[in-house]
Ligand binder design. Sequence first.
Ligand SMILES: Cc1ncc(COP(=O)(O)O)c(C=O)c1O
Length: 482
Amino acid sequence: MNQNKAPLYEAILRYVEKDMISFHMPGHSNGRGVPRYLKKLFGNDLFKFDLTEVSGLDYLHYAKGVIKQAEELAADLYGVKNTFFLINGTTAGVHAMILAACKEGDKIIVGRNSHRSVIGGIIESGANPVFVHPEFNNDFGIITNLTPTVLEKAIQDNLDAKAVLITTPNYYGIQGDLKKMIDIVHKYNMYALVDEAHGAHFPFHPSFPSSAIEYGADMVVQSAHKTLPTFTQTSLLHIVTDRVNTDMVEQVLAAIESSSPSYIFMASLDVVRREMAINGRKLWEKAIEVADYAREEIEKIDGFRIVDPSIINGKDIYAIDPIKLAINVEEIGFSGFEFELFLNKHNIEIELSDLQNVLLFVTIGTRKRDVKSLLKVLRSVKKKSGGVEKMTPFPVAGKQVYSPNDAFNLNYKIELLDKAVNKVSWGVIAPYPPGIPVLAPGMEISQEAINFIHIMEDKGGMIQGAIMRDDTIYVRVVDDLQ
Ligand SMILES: Cc1ncc(COP(=O)(O)O)c(C=O)c1O
């Protein structure tokens, strides 16, 4: 296909040039109704491009024209059967994969390292999750990936499962042995669904890990916005194999996504797809050079260690994404959380911190001089005395007393976390970092999970989904008196 074209972008330009008199949504009428303050923030032009389903611009959920052409070009570039543009992020894609693969009561095998969106999709579908425990890298204190062996055992114990959802690479760019895992899933005739939120850039340079697309997953979802220069909220859902009912996926997406998609978001997907097709290799070559330079220089500074290919072990760590800089700061006496604040004070924004590390993303927008500024700050750090605590391994999943959907349909009451042992969680509790749900609806609350939540809170993590009252943690539990 002609990857030079950007059909949606071109159609939007043509439309704006016509300067139509608008009696249509959105309520700002080509920007004319926009308050001054907003114009100050975004300029005059942005609003002209904030269009909806006006003449010639197609419908996302009934795509027949320029959106369809733009999606077909994306599918051609990624080498898949179909690509759907998502405007509700990878969250929508994860929900759609689960809803398309599982009916109420079906079993789905999922990594315990899944993002909270996986729990959301399971709640919506009424599926029963079987959690598989991922490995933990003690050195950096990072949850890595499932191993093929542990995954196969879980599959053999649950041969009636419909689908397996694998999340890899993790946030830190550490990819598991995806090919082996996908082959195992297919050996047992289940759907292989991959949350590749952190891998939308993988096809565009040979130094990146291979994508789940190349390894033959059935469906793959990628957050374009995380690593490509598209707008926040934009993602791609790829249908790779004939096992998937593409029409069903389309119907599911129409049910769960907004019926007023942002054309600004979609145009950014269209134009960036074109850019990746034409200049991707060159742009990423430069970004990798910048990241490699950063990695080499940071490693020379006393007190910092950085995740590099030496941690590859062929089991849970199979490949490393070179644009992620996961820097361990233990030896300088800071926790990752403290070090993030230190960097912020020096005008440096980072992706995230955990107990032992800070994580920085290099993108095609990162300049060598940005790295030089970072290095200057890193070199200026004075080591602190005193030990730093290590990340606690993630607790194994408690017994699933109800399916997440059944639990959600029961009433909840608010319970002191310390009194919640052996009760059933109603909500999703995900200490951030790592942002992975430690409790899901319907899961029995173990003492181990309670301890983990306390440890993460004490160390400065945010307990997403919990209720904080005067520094005391409460959670929602299924009300058994109903
Ligand atoms: C592994 C993983 N999956 C899914 C998501 C959700 O992606 P989005 O923010 O695009 O909805 C995230 C977000 O951080 C993620 O890290």
